[in-house]
Design a protein around this ligand. Structure first.
Ligand SMILES: [Zn+2]
Length: 409
């Protein structure tokens, strides 16, 4: 009898532990500008945002600077996956892709945790798994995903080609149903749902009713996933973070993307979690999404790897935002940032090498300590060895911000 009771107690404890599990799913709908999301009636996005937030964010890196990034699909997904811009992740377009896997995707980060986390990928474009995430490649440590539903874009029999790429819409329908079903039954700890057709509708028709309708249908597809999340929350007591976003905006006529116009760079994010000053202040970016999910999931990321992430978590506390550099006289550079918590103690670090890019290690040198409220700090480069490359990180108690400095030759 005693043994039965002990077993029952252990079972209860196990269920309790499981019940507190944190889970995250991020959804990309392709190529939907922020003004469309704001203009259309999208009940699912509205419901998710009502629990957390809707905010405009940006893609494209820093216009005209070393991290300027094409507003192209696979580029944007990789921005999200790695929390870095193209100068690091090296995915410049949709074809002939050579990701730099030294900048780990969020799936690799999940897989390298001491605790095991299950992962899922539900996608209308198979390259997301085979190339961008790099499943099974030696360079990704032979990363494996636990639940995969993709390959439909390569299956011409099940999804025969249709005029205006309408077969892609069929695939999105299937993928969203498969994602919802897997989340209901298996609930991977970390999932990515990718839906493609909205981008095709934009390319074929530009602004107008067809494109509007495609976005409304995408909202319904997101709704399937959202219902599955609510089901898990209500029946299993799991704590879920849902993030919905897009990979780029579009030109004013809605037909194209790739360049650096305001509308191509202006995207959006919807989440069911309460957000911090990063999103509330309007400065958020697509590279913030992975750091936010990592923070929610409690993923531990070694310092040097975390410091390479260009994004800032938009949940939890932050101290400092938006690092910029400005040459200041001979061999000096002034760092500027925005303070959120003025009293926060900020350590300034510099590295003159970039071995991380090749999988190596950089030496980080402390160059100063300052209060966040100062919002600027001047570094005397003449005290450091001569170099045409310098990367800075400001380390505060709740977050870091980083920036490269490339002095003119
Ligand atoms: Zn796209």
């Amino acid at each position: 009898m005693k043994r039965v009771l002990t077993c029952a107690l252990l079972l209860c404890l196990a269920l309790l532990c499981q019940a507190k599990g944190k889970k995250a799913v991020f959804i990309i709908i392709d190529g939907v500008p922020a003004d469309m999301v704001e203009r259309l009636d999208l009940p699912v996005l509205r419901e998710i945002a009502a629990q957390g937030a809707y905010a405009r964010i940006f893609v494209g890196g820093t216009r005209g600077d070393y991290d300027e990034t094409p507003t192209i699909s696979a580029v944007g997904y990789t921005d999200l996956l790695t929390a870095t811009w193209v100068n690091k992740h090296n995915v410049w377009g949709n074809h002939d892709l050579h990701p730099n896997y030294n900048y780990w995707t969020i799936f690799r980060i999940a897989r390298e945790q001491k605790k095991s986390f299950t992962t899922g990928l539900f996608s209308s474009w198979t390259d997301n798994r085979t190339v961008l995430v790099g499943e099974g490649k030696p360079e990704t440590g032979n990363l494996r995903l636990d639940y995969v539903r993709d390959g439909y874009d390569l299956d011409r029999e099940a999804f025969p080609r249709k005029p205006d790429d309408l077969h892609i819409f069929d695939i999105d329908e299937h993928v969203s149903r498969e994602a919802a079903s897997c989340i209901r039954t298996d609930a991977p700890d970390l999932s990515w749902v990718y839906l493609w057709y909205t981008d095709d509708a934009g390319h074929h028709y530009g602004n107008g009713d067809v494109f509007d309708h495609a976005v409304e249908m995408a909202d319904k597809q997101i709704g399937r996933v959202w219902e599955a999340v609510k089901y898990r929350r209500d029946h299993f007591g799991e704590d879920w973070m849902v993030v919905v976003t897009t990979d780029q905006g579009r030109t004013d006529n809605g037909l194209y993307h790739g360049a650096q116009s305001d509308r191509e760079r202006t995207t959006w994010v919807v989440t069911n979690r309460k957000v911090n000053e990063r999103l509330l202040g309007g400065g958020g970016a697509i590279v913030d999404i992975a750091p936010s999910i990592c923070r929610f999931m409690g993923f531990e990321i070694p310092r040097d790897r975390r410091w390479e992430q260009d994004g800032t978590p938009f949940i939890g506390k932050v101290d400092i935002l938006d690092l910029t550099t400005e040459p200041a006289g001979d061999k000096q550079v002034t760092l500027h940032w925005k303070s959120v918590r003025n009293q926060a103690r900020v350590r300034v670090w510099a590295s003159l090498s970039n071995h991380f890019k090749e999988g190596g290690k950089d030496v980080w040198v402390p160059v100063g300590i300052v209060r966040a409220g100062a919002e600027s700090f001047t570094v005397d480069l003449s005290r450091l060895p001569e170099s045409s490359f310098c990367k800075f990180v400001l380390e505060a108690p709740h977050n870091h911000i980083g920036r490269w400095y490339l002095p003119a030759q």
